[in-house]
Write a protein that binds this ligand. Structure first.
Ligand code: UD1
Length: 353
C-alpha cells in the first residue's frame, strides 16, 4: 500500500493533506508544493479522481506522495504514521459535505466526519505530530445576528448534520489540544470557495447534479443543465436574492500555507486559533449570475424559483482578524474567479469528448 521508501530523502517540511485530491485539497497541495513543502495525500477517492495528481504535477512539476485508503480505518492510518515518521503538519479536508444528503443520512455523516477527525487526532498524540489545520465552515454561524460576521460570533444551532459535524469537530479539537499542549491547531472557517486554478488543470469536479451555485452555473452555461434555478428573490437584500461571501479557491488555499508556517514558526497566540476565510464582500445570487455572464460572455438561462430549505439570507465575513493576525488577504476579484471556473469547466468537457 505505501509507496514511501527509505531512499526518499526529505529535506523539506512534510505535510499530510487528507482529501488532497478533492477540490480545496488539490489547490492547497499545489500552493504548499509551490512554497517548497513536500506533501503526502491520503484520499479514498470516494469523491475525487486519481487523475487530479496529474493536474497537480502539471502545475508544480512534481507529484505529491499519494496513499489511497480510508482514514476511518484506524489500523491503516496507524501503519501510515509508522512509515511516514516525520510529519510536520496535517491539513484535514477529507469529509462529506453535501448538506441535503446529510439530512437524509445523518449517521453516515457523523460516522465519517467525526471518526476521521478522531483517528487523526489520536495519531497526532501517539506519533508526536505537532500541527493541525482543520477545514471548517462559516456554516457554524448559521444566520449571524451581526454582519459582517467575526470569529467571536456564537455558533447557532446547526441546520443540518453536516453543519453539526463542523461544530462538533471544532469542539473535539478544542478539548484535545487543551490536554495535549504539544499540539497546535488552526480551524479555518470557509465562506463560499469558488473558481479554479488559473491553469485550468485542477478545479471542482462535482459528481452528479451540483448542489453549489457556481458549478451549477458553469454546467448550465456549457449545456449540461437546462437552466439555473435561483432559489428565492424575496429575501431582505438589495435585489432580493441571497447574499454570500464568494472566495477564490487559490486565495483560500494560500491561507492554509500561511497557517502551517505560523504554527511551524510558533507564532500562534494560543493552541487553537480560529480564522474566517472570506473576502469581506457579500454578493447576491443575481450579482454572481451577472458577473459570470460578463466574465464568460455567455448568456445564462435562469429562472427564479422558491427559496431552498435551510438557506440563510445573508452571510459575509469580517476579514480583519485574518488580515491582521494571520497576515493573509483574499486578492483575486470576482470576475477573474468566475472566469477561472468557466475555463476549468470548458477544459473538463473538452477532455471528456
Ligand atoms: C452550502 C452549504 C454550506 C456548505 C457549503 C459548501 C447550505 C444551506 N449550505 O453553502 O453549509 O458549507 O455549501 O459546500 O446548503 N443557489 C441557487 N441555485 C442553485 C444553487 C445555489 O440559487 O442551483 C443559491 C443558494 O440558494 C445560495 C447561494 O446560491 O443563496 C449559494 O449556494 P451554495 O453554493 O449551495 O452555498 P451555500 O448554501 O452558501
Amino acid at each position: 500500500m505505501l509507496n514511501f521508501t527509505k531512499k526518499d530523502v526529505l529535506k523539506n517540511k512534510l505535510v499530510l493533506v487528507t482529501g488532497g485530491t478533492g477540490y480545496i485539497g488539490s489547490h492547497t497541495t499545489v500552493e504548499l508544493m509551490n512554497e517548497g513543502y513536500d506533501v503526502v495525500i491520503i484520499d479514498n477517492l470516494s469523491n475525487s479522481e486519481k487523475s487530479v495528481l496529474d493536474g497537480i504535477a502539471g502545475i508544480t512539476g512534481r507529484k505529491p506522495y499519494f496513499e489511497q485508503f480510508d482514514i476511518c480505518d484506524r489500523e491503516k492510518l496507524e501503519n501510515f504514521f509508522k512509515i511516514y515518521k516525520r510529519l510536520d503538519a496535517i491539513i484535514h479536508f477529507a469529509a462529506y459535505k453535501a448538506v441535503g444528503e446529510s439530512v437524509e443520512k445523518p449517521l453516515m455523516y457523523y460516522q465519517n466526519n467525526l471518526t476521521t477527525l478522531m483517528n487523526l487526532l489520536h495519531g497526532m498524540v501517539h506519533f508526536n505530530i505537532p500541527n493541525f489545520v482543520f477545514s471548517s465552515s462559516a456554516t457554524v454561524y448559521g444566520q449571524p445576528d451581526k454582519l459582517p460576521v467575526t470569529e467571536e460570533a456564537p455558533f447557532k444551532p446547526a441546520d443540518s448534520p453536516y453543519g453539526n459535524t463542523k461544530q462538533i469537530a471544532e469542539e473535539i479539537i478544542r478539548d484535545t489540544v487543551k490536554v495535549n499542549p504539544q499540539i497546535k491547531a488552526i480551524s479555518l472557517r470557509y465562506f463560499n470557495p469558488i473558481g479554479a486554478h488559473p491553469s485550468a488543470l485542477i478545479g471542482e469536479l462535482p459528481r452528479g447534479v451540483p448542489n453549489n451555485l457556481v458549478p451549477f452555473i458553469t454546467q448550465t452555461a456549457i449545456g449540461i443543465r437546462d437552466e439555473l434555478k435561483v432559489f428565492g428573490d424575496d429575501y431582505d437584500t438589495p435585489d432580493g436574492t441571497a447574499v454570500r461571501d464568494y472566495i477564490n479557491v487559490v486565495d483560500l488555499a494560500k491561507a492554509h500555507v500561511v497557517s502551517i508556517k505560523r504554527m511551524i514558526e510558533k507564532r500562534g497566540k494560543s493552541n487553537l486559533e480560529v480564522f474566517n476565510l472570506g473576502t469581506g464582500k457579500g454578493s447576491s445570487v443575481m450579482e454572481i449570475v451577472k458577473a459570470f455572464e460578463k466574465a464568460s460572455g455567455v448568456k445564462l438561462n435562469y429562472k427564479i424559483v422558491g427559496r431552498r430549505i435551510g438557506d440563510v439570507e445573508s452571510v459575509y465575513s469580517d476579514t480583519k482578524y485574518a488580515n491582521d493576525e494571520l497576515g493573509w488577504k483574499a486578492e483575486i476579484g470576482l470576475e477573474e474567479t468566475l472566469l477561472s471556473a468557466w475555463n476549468w469547466e470548458k477544459n473538463v468537457r473538452a477532455k471528456k469528448k
